[in-house]
Every structure is written in C-alpha cells, then in structure tokens.
Design a protein around this ligand. Structure first.
Ligand SMILES: [Zn+2]
Ligand SMILES: [Zn+2]
Length: 287
C-alpha cells in the first residue's frame, strides 16, 4: 500500500531464505533477516535454521543432553508464537472480570482529559489504564478478536518488544486523540491500540499472511458502535490510534537494520514524548 519503493527493493527487509517474505526480526547470531517460520527461540532472541544447525554441530554430548531436557522446542525449526498478544488478551480479560465485580474500577482507571490537567486533577495513569477497561461483552469481544487476528501475523514479524511498544503507544495515541478532538468525554477500551496495529499493518504491507478483509470487518463494526451513545467508545480514539500506529509502522520500516536500532528506540521515545506534549493543547481550553 504505502510502503516505499526503497523499502521494497531493500533485500535486508526480507527473509534471506524466503525472499518474498517481509520481516523485521534478525537472527541473533548471523544478523540476517528471518521470517517467522525461520525463527527458533534462542537464549537471547531468535536464530535462523543455518545457525541452529551450526550451533548443534559444535555442541558437546552433555550440552545436547541438557538442551533436550530444558529446551521447549528441541531439534525442530519453530515458529515464533505471538506471546505478547496472548498476554495482552489475558490481562484485558482478567480486568474485565474484575470490572464485573468492582464497577468502581472504571471511575479510577477510565480516561477523561480533565485528569491530565494539573490545575484540575492529575491522574496520568488513566491515559494507559483506560486501554485495558471495557464497557460491555460486545466491546471487549470485538477488540480482542481484532487484536488476535492482527497480533498473530504482526507480532512474529515485528518481535515481542516492538509489538508491545506499538500497542501501548497506539493506546496512548487513542487517549490523546480523545483529549484533542473531544476534551471532557469519558472513554475506555483497547480500540485505539487495536486501530494502531491496523495502521502499522497498512504501512508495513499486506503481504504478511494477515486476513485484512476479516480485520476490516471487525474494526468496521467497532467503528460503527463508536458512534452509539452510552457505549463509552469514541471514534476520536480510533483516529488517534490509527495515526500513531501508521507513524510507528513507518519508523519500523525505515529503521530495520541493526545500525539503526538506537535511532528506532529514540524515535519511539520521541513519539511518546510528543503525544504527551500534545496534551498541553486541550489544557488551554480549561484554564
Ligand atoms: Zn543466523
Ligand atoms: Zn524464512
């Protein structure tokens, strides 16, 4: 879609064993790009099948024995699991169950832009905690379905840390979007974060095995109920998340090489700081 020609033509952005597959994950031993299918979890990060074979060849009998005993996926070339996706879904579901028993949680953790204005009330955690709250079974069901659909393709491609950074910064983007476009309204939900994943997916490319049509249908329903009053879901959060997610997708696509990793981390921090700085704008309307 919006992926640049430069990015497409750069072979560093594709698996060295499968030149048609994009990836952002490097083998920790030879530093070549490998797709999810070619990744095997190692002590640090993941390694490619060639390095796995070399490593095995140089192992002593005792080491091999120890590995067979302790390794989760011995002797097989494994597929990276979307662990962070599952963890985020588990946390969100647990929080929803808690909400059913303790309705007061929403009053403490939901987001309202008035709570990031020091002269009124300063409870900045709401910017992120609201992402883990939901207003109904329908709301959490839609969001977690979309998260699972996107996460299982996008997380193995990006790696766990980049995926979590994308999710949280997009969630923050959703809250900031609400503060900018509709200051004063209450919002909860992972929609902003999920729309961020979609934004990144659209920038990074559609050829990663994700079912874009299914994802768009689920998010379309999500978008529509965002306009239904009483649901505490705001379309403003969807826009904030989508814009931030697309921006982060662009950062990932342009800073994929190892030499640019510090730049990538710096840019992610800059996006977070920039979002917080934007909160000063709605504050003007209150003071
Ligand atoms: Zn390797
Ligand atoms: Zn591959």
């Amino acid at each position: 879609m919006t992926t640049s020609d430069e990015f497409r033509s750069n072979r560093d952005n594709f698996c060295y064993r499968h030149p048609d597959r994009q990836s952002f994950v490097l083998c920790q031993r030879c530093m070549r790009t490998i797709c999810p299918e070619c990744q095997t979890p190692a002590a640090v990060g993941v390694i490619c099948p060639e390095c796995l074979r070399e490593q095995r060849a140089t192992q002593t009998t005792a080491q091999k024995k120890a590995e067979r005993r302790w390794s989760r996926a011995p002797m097989t070339v494994g597929t990276q699991r979307p662990t962070a996706t599952y963890v985020i879904i588990a946390i969100t579901a647990a929080v929803f169950v808690l909400q059913l028993f303790i309705p007061a949680l929403e009053g403490i953790f939901a987001f309202n832009s008035a709570f990031v204005i020091p002269s009124i009330a300063f409870e900045p955690w709401r910017l992120l905690t609201a992402v883990f709250l939901h207003s109904s079974f329908f709301h959490i069901g839609l969001n977690m379905l979309a998260l699972w659909m996107i996460g299982r393709s996008l997380e193995p491609l990006l790696g766990h840390a980049r995926f979590v950074a994308l999710y949280l910064l997009s969630g923050l983007g959703g809250s900031v979007g609400v503060a900018l476009i509709a200051p004063g309204i209450w919002v909860v939900g992972a929609s902003g974060a999920v729309f961020g994943l979609l934004g990144a997916l659209l920038v990074i490319g559609r050829h990663i095995g994700a079912n874009i049509t299914g994802i768009l249908i689920v998010l379309g329903i999500n978008l529509v109920i965002g306009f239904v009053p009483g649901y505490n879901i705001a379309w403003q959060a969807h826009i904030g998340g989508l814009v931030v997610g697309a921006l982060i997708g662009l950062v990932f696509a342009r800073t994929r090489t190892r030499a640019r990793q510090p730049l990538q981390i710096g840019l992610l921090i800059a996006i977070g700081v920039g979002l917080l700085a934007l909160l000063a704008i709605p504050a003007v309307f209150y003071v």
